[in-house]
Design a binder for this molecule. Structure first.
Ligand SMILES: NC(=O)CC[C@H](N)C(=O)O
Length: 355
């Protein structure tokens, strides 16, 4: 069936609707530049309510398997590709790309000129869009905080390592928990609005503030609680978590023109003077100049656009990264961040920093 992508700036792109769907679909349209890793992207809760455009022109070659999901279901609102492979050529594949999206009722639009769509986003920014079978559509998007929609409501523990980490779930990726377990941790996942008192009852060695969807400022009223938790425990904060720590200390965030979503973003580490390839998925960023009067200093910088990719607290064991050290999809170059976090927790335990 023919369908149309209507961008908020008035541009319209033709495509073929591959999955059965009735009604218009609205979301923020963003693009992902990795050649592979589509399964992880579809199921990363940070993409909640976004329409994702894959820039690589052929998607679905290796199908969808049972092991590489980042959460239990896809979170993207709709998917746009140039060409979709009908068969998944991998022995572990249990669905084709299309079958998987069909199963979860996610609209898939193919044969769209994805290069032209990406040019629009690069020139005019990530923007609301509508997918419709009609050539006429009004692009209007309700602002609704997505974190409560993806965060857990129960407290659950994974792994049996010697370091206990409480993970604040703003929409966490499974591979963050797996990376922590691999580094000798036991991980208790808690709802995003868990209080300091509850964390104290769980008695962790450290806390992790996870990735998650939406504008970090939508969580402004949770900042005092977040500040009380991170001041009390060694902290690693990833992506949305990093933005929340920066806001909690009085820093500011802004929207990037078109975001960083891909598996090969180069990041400079001021501590080791090395550049790493990183996996990224974010639309917002911490403003460098806003950190001047905070106890945070910039440690990681994006080589392409000079934006802030991570900070550390000048005196407390708090480390924050805008990129994804757990990768999935993408290179494992920055797994050392988890080892640093474990070292921070060990040092705090030995020195009884918070006793
Ligand atoms: N992956 C993430 O945590 C994304 C953080 C935030 N939603 C952003 O787009 O910047």
């Amino acid at each position: 069936m023919e369908a149309y992508l209507h961008l908020q700036n008035g541009k319209i792109f033709f495509g073929k609707l591959e999955t059965t769907w009735t009604g218009d679909v609205t979301g923020e349209v963003v693009f992902f530049t990795g050649m592979t890793g589509y399964q992880e992207v579809l199921t990363d809760p940070s993409y909640k309510n976004q329409i994702i455009v894959f820039t690589y022109p052929l998607i679905g070659n290796y199908g969808v398997n049972e092991v590489d999901f980042e959460s239990k279901q896809p979170h993207v609102k709709a998917v746009i590709v140039y060409e979709v492979e009908e068969t998944g050529y991998h022995y572990e594949a249990t669905y084709s790309f299309k079958q998987y999206l069909q199963k979860w009722n996610v609209p898939l639009l193919t044969h769209v000129d994805t290069r032209a769509v990406v040019k629009q986003i690069r020139e005019h920014g990530a923007m609301p869009a509508v997918i419709s079978t009609s050539q006429q559509a009004i692009v209007h998007m309700e602002e609704q905080a997505p974190v409560p929609l993806v965060s857990t409501s129960e407290i659950k523990t994974y792994g049996d390592g010697h370091m206990h980490v409480v993970l604040f779930d703003f929409g966490y990726k499974k591979s963050i928990v797996q990376s922590l377990i691999k580094h000798g941790c036991r991980v208790t996942v808690v709802p995003y609005n868990t209080t300091l008192q509850t964390v104290e009852q769980l008695d962790p060695d450290g806390v992790l503030l996870s990735n998650g969807p939406g504008d970090p400022k939508q969580l402004s009223h949770h900042l005092p609680n977040i500040l009380s938790v991170i001041e009390r425990y060694p902290t690693l904060a990833i992506c949305l978590g990093h933005q929340l720590v920066s806001l909690a200390y009085g820093g500011d965030t802004e929207k990037l023109p078109f975001g960083h979503r891909g598996a090969n973003q180069p990041v400079y580490d001021a501590k080791t003077k090395k550049v790493f390839m990183t996996s990224q998925n974010h639309g917002y960023v911490v403003k460098a100049e806003s950190l001047a009067d905070t106890p945070l200093s910039i440690r990681f910088i994006n080589v392409n656009d000079g934006s802030v990719e991570g900070v550390r607290h000048e005196t407390k064991p708090i480390l924050c990264v805008q990129y994804h050290p757990e990768a999935h999809p993408g290179p494992n170059d920055t797994q050392f961040i988890f080892a640093e976090f474990v070292d921070m927790m060990k040092a705090a335990r030995k020195e009884k920093v918070y006793a």
